[in-house]
Design a protein around this ligand. Structure first.
Ligand code: GLU
Length: 550
């Protein structure tokens, strides 16, 4: 039995899409389950598509997810360049392996599986446009190669001369005519393709002395002793060529098994999940924030406040089905349960709400003290000084309402900061009173009043919503009762509980909904509550004609 060795082989052409992270994750899970190695190989032979910073981004993203390569990167997060005991196959960046590939391409020429091609870019363009004019597509293969300028049509002497003289020749694979390639895929099963539909792909280019993706990928998978190739479905069309390359090299005995993962699909409609979907619907498609070389910024799960465990768990379930109802998996549980057989053939629809659900679940699993620690920097940023024990206790109260750590501030800022503005919240409060029991949206008038129109609206309707006696009762209650007794006190006065409590809420929080009144009072203390009440009455008095409440 060979030791399991899988690889994630991204091209650093931009930030890693979440589909790419899922590919890396499945490779990692597979490797760890089989006690094998997970290798990171950087496929950067296409210098035209190189994007600065992309390689570091990929490494950082994998690290954040806890998908840590056994080979390919060192502890400092650099792609390893020199072979060592732990990294016997270094370098792991293909641009640093360029001297390796030529001999393999030449080997295929020698065995008759490839040939030198001297067609210039202009020649090829001419062939393309000629075919186009005849309503056809030019394809460089058995049917056309005989009419092209290559070592199959030139004699040995001419070929040798052109190899010397020219610096733009290539080595092309000689795709057989009318052969059926029978292939097996761990997810897709058995497949057959007729080679007559395929072209003579370029394997190596003299111009930059570099291999193309196909050659470098096969040679490296062979040299790095890869046992399973687990990659995205977009590579399925390349599989027949790869299969034939293994045959042509005589490496079929150690050929890896292949698994092509289904696409991640848009939340609505059809097609591949794209950055545009994320922008439109407000969710990230990248693990980390990314600023493109032309300055365009994209959201990242990390910066948007997702826990890496939640992100990883959510990704694992996109396409893989454990066969049980279980939805929450730690990395170790994923390693134990994962299987390629349970990866579906059809695309997996991404659901942004499910991503948030996962984050909520993982937030609840964190202890109050851990969450307090994460919340403290946000508090400091807001200029709030608070004791960790106090914050921890507060977290216990508000955790159930939050999806992200940043939500803690939105939910509980009133505990730390006394409200100064009521105007814009007042309209919501007013509207809320009118809300019919059917659960229809609040008073539709709220929509037509903009901020500047709020005051007249409140003044006009103030009597209806905010009667002086409610404010008096609210203040009285604060003065006379403990937090937990307020409701009984209001009832005992025969006043409408909801309305009085809303006065209290508006005074304490500046908003019309939020935490329980008793909870707020117990956190801020009665003195603070009273001072907020007095302030509210002073401020709102001008609008509500409640000056007499004292
Ligand atoms: N470099 C290819 C990519 O960018 C790797 C495909 C493969 O895994 O074979 O995805």
């Amino acid at each position: 039995m060979r030791r399991t060795r899988v690889r994630f082989a991204p091209s650093p052409t931009g930030p890693l899409h979440m589909g790419g992270v899922r590919t890396a994750l499945y490779n990692y899970l597979y490797a760890k389950q089989h006690g094998g190695d997970f290798i990171l190989r950087i496929e950067d032979t296409d210098s035209n598509r190189f994007v600065p910073g992309a390689e570091q981004y990929i490494i950082e993203a994998l690290n954040w997810c806890g998908i840590v390569p056994d080979e390919g990167v060192d502890a400092a997060g650099n792609v390893v360049e020199t072979p060592s005991e732990r990294h016997p196959h270094a370098p792991y960046r293909q641009s640093q392996r360029r001297s390796i590939y030529r001999k393999y391409a030449e080997q295929l020429v020698a065995s008759g599986n490839a040939y030198y091609a001297f067609d210039s870019a202009e020649d090829l363009e001419l062939m393309r446009s000629r075919a186009e004019n005849a309503g056809q597509t030019f394809i460089y293969n058995y049917s056309t190669r005989g009419g092209m300028c290559n070592s199959l049509t030139l004699d040995a002497e001419q070929t040798a001369r052109l190899l010397e003289e020219r610096d733009d020749w290539t080595i092309r694979f000689k795709m057989p005519e009318d052969r059926t390639v029978a292939m097996d895929d761990l997810i897709r099963g058995h497949m057959e393709v007729n080679t007559s539909t395929l072209d003579d792909k370029v394997l190596w280019k003299k111009a930059d002395e570099l291999p193309t993706y196909h050659l470098a990928n096969i040679v490296d998978d062979h040299l790095m002793e890869i046992t399973e190739v687990i990659r995205g479905e977009e590579w399925l069309p390349s599989l027949p060529l790869h299969w034939l390359l293994y045959e042509a090299f005589g490496w079929t005995d150690t050929m890896p098994r292949f698994a092509h993962l289904p696409l991640l699909l848009k939340p609505v409609g059809n097609g591949k999940l794209s950055k545009r979907d994320g922008d439109k619907m407000g969710f990230p498609v990248f693990p980390l924030e990314w600023t493109s070389p032309d300055g365009e910024k994209s959201h990242g799960y990390r910066e948007d406040g997702y826990f890496p465990e939640a992100f990883v768990n959510m990704l694992a379930m996109l396409g893989w089905n454990p066969g049980t109802e279980q939805e929450i998996f730690s990395m170790q549980q994923l390693i134990d349960a994962f299987s390629l057989e349970k990866v579906g053939k059809s695309g997996a629809k991404f659901n942004p709400e499910k991503a948030r659900w996962y984050n909520r679940e993982y937030l609840r699993m964190r202890s109050d003290s851990e969450l307090a620690e994460l919340f403290m920097p946000i508090l400091r940023e807001k200029g709030v000084e608070a004791e960790p024990v106090f914050v921890e206790k507060l977290i216990g109260l508000i955790k159930e309402r939050a999806t992200f750590v940043a939500d803690f501030w939105d939910i509980a800022s009133c505990i730390f900061v006394a409200p100064e503005k009521f105007k814009d919240h007042g309209i919501k409060a007013g509207a809320a009173f009118e809300k019919p029991a059917t659960g229809r949206p609040a008073d539709p008038r709220a929509k037509v009043y903009d901020d500047s129109a709020t005051e007249p609206f409140l003044a006009k309707d103030a009597d209806k919503f905010w009667k002086e006696e409610y404010w008096r009762a609210a203040k009285d209650a604060l003065e006379h009762c403990e937090a937990g007794e307020i409701e009984d006190y209001v009832r005992s006065k025969g006043l409408p509980l909801g309305k009085v409590m809303n006065c209290l809420r508006l005074a304490l929080t500046g908003a019309a909904s939020g935490l329980g009144i008793a909870d707020i009072i117990s956190f801020i203390g009665r003195d603070e509550a009273l001072s907020r009440m007095e302030f509210a009455i002073r401020r709102l008095g001008t609008v509500f004609a409640i000056e007499s409440v004292e």
